[in-house]
Design a protein around this ligand. Structure first.
Ligand SMILES: [Ca+2]
Ligand SMILES: [Ca+2]
Ligand SMILES: [Ca+2]
Ligand SMILES: [Ca+2]
Length: 259
């Protein structure tokens, strides 16, 4: 990670005479005083401090394929954990390829993948051992198949102080939700003022078998999942206040290059 500097979220880069301005997509997460219950139900009150960002086929980045899935993801943190949740709309929820539990081909089912570049070095290959030591990839399917092979997680589960815990629940035929808790030690014990690389995606499987598409919050294909340089920034911001004085949960998600 590195320390956030003023104007990080709007650091503009001029590319060439033929392209317009780019800006790194940036989320400023606020610190919550209230730990959410990780149970696969994204409650409004328990996630009130979270920055909420909608990703649709129009706003997100397709790495391959194209379908209709969309989602809203939530991010907040406290001194121990980074919390991430998502609520997904998908016209065909599939869990046929990976059984409930740790391991399995999670990418072949409807799933959410969280990506952290903990040392914020924008490595071209996120999956070499040195990169897994700070950050990693954290996955859950709609059927509660879980993967964290590319990370430092040693202790998965609901117990206080565990490295990682996540739960998903299918709500109805077209709606599922997930919640996750990632211990700060997995990315260099980040604290207020720090910034790490961040991305989130959903794999969409319609009809069973392999996945048809992956829809990321941000990044230019191909291989967004493994290229840290394609990810956005996550700033660990101030404490959430019920009535923030001039301080809002800000999402800079809209600034992109023209097609
Ligand atoms: Ca919950
Ligand atoms: Ca499948
Ligand atoms: Ca890295
Ligand atoms: Ca699906």
């Amino acid at each position: 990670m590195r320390r956030a500097i003023l104007f990080t979220g709007l650091a503009l880069v001029c590319c060439s005479a033929f392209t317009c301005l780019h800006a790194a997509d940036t989320i400023e997460a606020l610190m919550t005083q209230r730990e959410p219950t990780i149970d696969g139900s994204v409650g409004e009150a328990e996630w009130i401090a979270a920055v909420k960002t909608e990703v649709t086929p129009q706003t997100g980045s397709w790495d391959f394929g194209e379908t209709e899935v969309s989602y809203v993801f939530h991010v907040m943190y406290d001194e121990t954990y980074l919390y991430v949740a998502a609520s997904l709309v998908d016209d065909d929820i599939q869990t046929d390829s990976a059984a409930e539990g740790v391991g399995g081909d999670t990418w072949k089912d409807d799933s959410v993948e969280i990506f952290i570049d903990g040392n914020h070095n924008h490595a071209a290959d996120a999956f070499v051992a040195a990169e897994n030591e700070s950050g990693g990839q954290y996955v859950i399917t709609a059927g509660n198949a879980i993967n964290y092979a590319n990370s430092l997680v040693q202790d998965f589960g609901p117990d206080a102080g565990s490295d990682y815990y996540t739960v998903a629940e299918i709500k109805d035929d077209t709606h599922w939700e997930m919640e996750a808790r990632l211990r700060m030690r997995l990315f260099d014990s980040a604290q207020e003022g720090d910034v790490v690389g961040f991305n989130i995606s959903t794999n969409d499987d319609d009809g069973g078998g392999d996945e048809e598409a992956a829809l990321f919050w941000t990044g230019a294909p191909p291989d967004i999942y493994s290229n840290e340089a394609a990810w956005g920034d996550l700033i660990f911001g101030e404490a959430y206040a019920v009535e923030p004085a001039g301080k809002l949960a800000v999402v800079w998600a809209g600034l992109r290059s023209a097609p």
